[in-house]
Design a protein around this ligand. Structure first.
Ligand code: GLU
Length: 512
């Protein structure tokens, strides 16, 4: 690539960043890194009516948690600032003057009410009103005014907007790196508002001026912006600027049914749609986040990367660095990517499996301390917990699973699963458990293999089924019928604790 590669992620702080938005940021980042380019964060906050407090901070925090770093932009250094559009008013004002001077834009004084009336009149005739080459000469704008009239209007302080004068019947031929050539006739476009009555530019104007001034080489964004591309092309041409290359990413679709993935789907089906938890400042509603739900950053990155992109091989599990190496826009699909919440969990499971016991231990210790309610340190607890982790890892997906599946390694059961009790604690069980206790008591070498041998010998000599002993024994130690190999559990708990738990179960369950 000859020109310097410069990409930007340009969110509007109108709410929390949906996972689709993070995917856009990620694809920009992967592309920038792969081509040793620059990644820029620009905040597009010109629509003051849609400003949501806390959204900008949320966006930054979410991107940082995802591992998407910026070289330039809001909160970073850079020679193209300011990177927040609300601080660039003067720049837009200058460029809009240029368009006005060259006859590419014009003032329009139509009030919302008058436009509404015209719209309704058209609708009554079964037509759709467009502010364009066909109608603009009949409307209240500077194209139909003398210079004097215009100046009077401006001086009086009448409300106005500035519209783009779109050339009639022009074939706009565009190129999208994912979709190839796209053609649109300019007659399908309105004379879009470029500057609003509050003196702030609309998204379209600010966006292309900034992309130009910030020397953006590639615009990678969501498919929802594809309909704006002809307008953006025409704006670049009106200014006489070179265009960046464009790539519009496919939408992320609902797991079931049609349509794009929405925050409602997540709440309804029980999966997060946002990178981090978001509390709506207006309604107080809380939306789940991948982070708080226990996904690792690398799992989130991995699952996003495969939404609409594929590596062209069977491999599915990737780290960020690997993705940077192999990411390629030519492997981005055109059609929407169905989101599968089960697959999202699968990625998390894979990344948890890939972590070393020591790494998992570091993540598990704070959970353990929180659950136990006191701080435990030291080699013994670390070594013990490492064993717990190794025993449970294969079936764990989230860090919380280690506690949920293994809390009996730390605390004696307070309750016994009622269904399991009903099924496994029979009338002859107390007698058998009392005998098991004696067998265990006599064991000198407290090691899983040896315990197994002794218990097996005894069961065989009693001529009873293995399950009759093992299940109630498990229930006594674990409180349920789950968990890894029982002899390993016995060894881990130690002789005293094991005997104590059997004693407890005998007291609690036999008196029911
Ligand atoms: N501010 C726009 C958004 O929030 C940016 C679109 C673009 O990348 O051009 O999606």
């Amino acid at each position: 690539m000859s020109k310097e590669v410069r990409l930007r992620f340009a969110p509007s702080p109108t709410g929390p960043l949906h996972m689709g938005g993070v995917r856009t940021a990620l694809f920009n980042y992967l592309f920038a890194k792969k081509h040793e380019g620059t990644m820029i964060l620009r905040i597009e906050d010109t629509d003051q009516t849609r400003f949501v407090p806390g959204a900008e901070a949320y966006i930054k925090e979410s991107l940082s948690w995802t591992g998407i770093e910026f070289d330039e932009g809001v909160g970073e250094k850079g020679n193209f600032g300011p990177y927040k559009q609300s601080q660039r008013r003067d720049i837009y004002a200058k460029y809009i003057q240029e368009l006005l001077k060259n006859g590419k834009a014009y003032y329009a004084f139509d009030t919302p009410e008058s436009l509404d009336k015209i719209r309704k009149e058209h609708e009554a005739k079964g037509e759709r009103f467009m502010y364009n080459h066909q109608t603009r000469l009949r409307l209240d704008n500077s194209l139909n005014m003398s210079e004097k009239e215009l100046n009077e209007g401006l001086e009086k302080g009448d409300d106005y907007v500035i519209r783009f004068k779109i050339e009639a019947n022009k074939e706009v031929k565009m190129n999208d790196l994912i979709r190839g050539e796209v053609r649109v006739n300019s007659n399908t476009l309105d004379d879009k508002v470029l500057m609003k009555s509050d003196g702030l530019p609309t998204y379209h104007l600010a966006n292309i001026i900034d992309d130009h001034l910030m020397q953006i080489s590639h615009v990678i964004r969501g498919e929802e912006w594809l309909p704006s591309l002809p307008l953006h092309y025409l704006l670049y041409e009106a200014f006489g600027w070179d265009k960046p290359q464009f790539a519009h990413l496919p939408l992320i679709m609902k797991p079931v049914g049609k349509g794009k993935l929405s925050k409602r789907d997540g709440a309804k089906m029980g999966f997060p749609v946002f990178p981090m938890e978001w509390k709506d400042p207006k309604t107080g509603e809380i939306y789940a986040g991948y982070k708080e739900d226990g996904y690792f950053q690398e799992s989130f990155v991995n699952l996003l990367a495969l939404l609409g992109w594929n590596p062209g091989t069977e491999q599915e599990v990737f780290t960020m660095d690997e993705l940077i190496q192999i990411f390629d826009l030519s492997r981005v699909n055109k059609s929407g990517a169905k989101f599968d919440p089960e697959k999202a969990k699968w990625f998390q499971h894979q990344h948890l499996q890939a972590k070393s016991t020591d790494a998992l231990l570091d993540l598990f210790m704070p959970i353990l301390q929180e659950k136990l309610g006191y701080i435990i340190e030291g080699k013994a607890i670390r070594n013990y917990s490492k064993k717990v982790i190794d025993l449970l890892k294969e079936r764990a997906t989230f860090m919380k699973d280690f506690w949920e599946q293994g809390q009996f390694f730390y605390v004696a059961p307070q309750e016994y699963a009622p269904k399991a009790v009903k099924k496994q604690w029979k009338s002859q069980t107390p007698e058998l458990m009392a005998e098991v206790k004696e067998v265990l008591q006599a064991i000198k070498n407290w090691e899983a293999g040896n315990i197994k041998e002794k218990i097996s010998e005894w069961i065989t000599s009693k001529e009873i089924g293995f399950g009759k002993v093992m299940q109630p024994l498990r229930l006594s130690l674990v409180g349920d019928l789950k968990g890894p190999d029982l002899f390993v559990i016995l060894e881990m708990l130690g002789k005293d604790e094991s005997l104590h738990r059997i004693e407890n179960a005998l007291t609690k369950l036999s008196n029911q």
